[in-house]
Write a protein that binds this ligand. Structure first.
Ligand code: GDP
Length: 288
């Protein structure tokens, strides 16, 4: 009699933490859009369209300063785009190779997008969040001082290639700038550059390196604001308005709509996936 009771107690002991882990994972992250669609409307809007949520805080006049609906896909489109980022036996998503020079980069016919930003901006976290539906993808990070900084190529099925560019900073060596510059200038299938800016601190001096490169080469690029979960609504709104003003006044090639994201809460991640699917020509809908 005592043995089955003991067995039950031991089983319960193992089941409780597992259940708690599952619950906390389900609450803290919304990797899949089907989970997001189950949320109450207000919470869902906040998670999927963080810029629209911020816009609600503005007076009607200053709403004009935020471009929130230039890219405004339906929930159905966002749901469709998710298939592009979901690893299946027919859609293999994997790390492909690394390169320190453009002539070592893989020669692929598919469209390419690249992610660029200063060290610590949250680039690897963002790429991991975008690839959370392909959990076996290893996003490599080489942060140790002295390690060679490389461009890392990821193949997303037959759809596109994603390139993780090395993070830049004060001590970016000259050959690193040459590598990034050559890539941006000469990569023929590069469709869009995603330039990451930390939403907590806004555009920093080092961010200008990448902004100037994109402007000089007349590249189409998009500003992604990272770590939005870290600030109060007021602080975030202030930063977003400042960056929006900069984009409107000082840039030519930057997409007018900003993409705020959090790799912790997944806010903005589904919309960004949809945008990438769209600009790489993998989301054929009339609405966009
Ligand atoms: P990278 O150097 O640009 O690749 O930056 P990482 O992705 O390694 O992130 C740098 C630091 O910021 C790490 O401690 C991350 O955990 C943290 N981080 C990255 N993204 C987010 C985010 O969206 N929210 C919060 N709160 N922290 C983040």
């Amino acid at each position: 009699m005592a043995i089955p009771r003991l067995r039950h107690a031991v089983r319960t002991l193992f089941e409780v933490p597992a259940a708690l882990r599952l619950l906390s994972r389900a609450c803290s992250t919304f990797h899949a859009f089907t989970d997001v669609l189950r949320l109450p409307k207000r919470q869902m809007t906040k998670l999927v369209f963080p810029l629209q949520e911020l816009e609600r805080q503005l007076t009607p006049d200053s709403r004009l300063d935020l471009h929130v609906k230039i890219f405004d896909p339906s929930l159905e489109d966002i749901s469709k785009a998710e298939a592009v980022f979901t690893a299946t036996s027919r859609n293999r998503i994997s790390y492909l190779s690394s390169a320190v020079r453009l002539d070592h980069a893989p020669d692929l016919p598919s469209p390419e997008v690249c992610f660029i930003g200063r060290s610590n901006v949250g680039k690897s976290s963002l790429i991991k969040a975008l690839f959370s539906l392909a959990p076996e993808v290893e996003v490599r990070v080489s942060k140790k001082p002295g390690h060679t900084k490389k461009m890392n190529f990821f193949k997303v099925g037959k759809y596109f290639t994603l390139v993780d560019m090395p993070g830049y900073g004060y001590r970016a060596p000259e050959d690193f700038v040459d590598m990034v510059e050559t890539y941006l200038k000469e990569r023929r299938n590069l469709m869009r550059t995603f330039l990451l800016v930390d939403s907590v601190v806004g555009i920093q001096k080092t961010d200008s390196i990448a902004i100037e490169m994109c402007e000089e080469f007349a590249l189409p690029y998009v500003m992604v604001l990272t770590k939005i979960d870290k600030s109060s609504k007021g602080h975030l709104l202030k930063q977003v308005l400042q960056i929006q003003k900069f984009v409107d006044r000082e840039t030519q090639g930057c997409f007018p709509q900003l993409f705020p994201v959090s790799s912790v809460t997944y806010s903005g991640i589904h919309l960004l996936r949809c945008f990438i699917a769209n600009i790489t020509g993998n989301l054929k809908t009339d609405g966009l």
